[in-house]
Design a binder for this molecule. Sequence first.
Ligand SMILES: NC(=O)c1ccc[n+]([C@@H]2O[C@H](COP(=O)([O-])OP(=O)(O)OC[C@H]3O[C@@H](n4cnc5c(N)ncnc54)[C@H](OP(=O)(O)O)[C@@H]3O)[C@@H](O)[C@H]2O)c1
Length: 273
Amino acid sequence: MSKLQFKNKWILVTGASSGLGEEMARQLAFQHQANLILLARRKEKLEELKAELEKEAKVSVKVISADLANLEDVDRAIDEVLKNGQLYGAILNAGVTYFGRHSELPWDEFQNMLQINVISVVRITNRLVDFFETTGNEGGILLVSSMAAILPVPYQSAYSGTKAFILTFASTLAHEIKNPRFSLTVYTPGGIATEMTAGEKFSDLRSWLVPVGEAARDGIYAFRNRKSLYIPGFLNKMGSVLMNLLPKKIITRKMSGIYYKALLKSEALNIKP
Ligand SMILES: NC(=O)c1ccc[n+]([C@@H]2O[C@H](COP(=O)([O-])OP(=O)(O)OC[C@H]3O[C@@H](n4cnc5c(N)ncnc54)[C@H](OP(=O)(O)O)[C@@H]3O)[C@@H](O)[C@H]2O)c1
């Protein structure tokens, strides 16, 4: 299968108002001359990015303000994205986390995370896969999972679970696709310096975070080259190999120690989540 060619093609990016999504949108516009459909809740941030990309990168940009925790919004957004039949690709990147003891995660917050990280992703993927299967058009979808799907992270238990779902869902669904011109890619970045990890709770883990530009470049590389699973960087790749070689318990216990220490430190400083 030849590489995806983004020039003058329409690509949906969810979670484009900050972090990885915003940076992938920028790189797709400036380096690949892609036209973009930017989706998130914060409309003003999306409008600012649209103005910048249209002016500086000379691409066309549409904005969709939608709350992916709300299924009606999700369906409205998909209708909008598919309405002119020109979609070439989608980066399903929007996501939220919770760092802390699972026993202290409010049920509403858990359901919200499930809606955004899992349910909206499956809902959008279903409709987009159907579009590409029915039309036979060329294109692809990139699903943003996390290394937390491969190296389970205690104190981010529910988040790790949502990301593991995405990894399994994407890598298995890819085998059901019949359109030879369509690819499904799952990307598992490690820690990235974004709004998600900007809080003081993550201060003890900050040395692990990669710059968002690097994480975006890796994601676009995986998407463009139609990788089925892409684990970026030597350390993440090693972690994944060790996870298959050593008993899972040993690695998860090690991760638990690191994250518990970070949590206790932030609690000692009386830092709010
Ligand atoms: N940061 C990391 O260390 C890391 C590591 C591995 C994987 N990831 C994954 O990378 C992806 C991007 O994360 P990030 O680090 O870039 O986080 P971020 O800076 O917090 O960005 C999250 C994006 O998701 C959007 N979003 C959140 N809730 C939403 C909702 N209800 N409806 C619509 N959009 C919503 C946000 O937009 P609005 O607030 O404007 O709606 C924002 O654009 C996530 O899937 C995350 O799990 C992150």
